[in-house]
Design a protein around this ligand. Structure first.
Ligand SMILES: [Zn+2]
Ligand SMILES: [Zn+2]
Length: 104
């Protein structure tokens, strides 16, 4: 269960080699804020990421775990869209489902 759903067909941005899954890690955002950019504004504490390594040039890539699966434990508040009623993160400026503007 779960393993077969790993993203296994990433291509290396640098050389086009296959990105192989290495491990899932919890990052402390204080240490990795620069790497992850604006993500630090959406979650507090730690962020779960999946680590992939290029099998050709050994470049490491970090991918944040989808908010869909991480939301339950990450503390991101969700709210239903007033237009389409689908849940979206409360910080979203636009609904990711229907695109309606949520903030002025
Ligand atoms: Zn590569
Ligand atoms: Zn919507």
């Amino acid at each position: 269960m779960g393993e077969s759903q790993r993203k296994s067909n990433f291509k290396c941005l640098r050389c086009g080699g296959n990105m192989e899954f290495v491990s899932a890690e919890k990052l402390q955002l204080g240490q990795y804020g620069l790497l992850l950019g604006s993500l630090i504004n959406l979650v507090s504490g730690s962020l779960e990421v999946e680590v992939y390594c290029c099998d050709a040039c050994r470049k490491l890539e970090f991918y944040a775990v989808d908010s869909e699966s991480a939301a339950a434990g990450s503390g991101i508040a969700q709210a239903p869209c007033p237009h389409c009623s689908q849940l979206h993160e409360i910080d979203d400026a636009r609904c990711p489902h229907c695109g309606v503007r949520l903030m002025d």
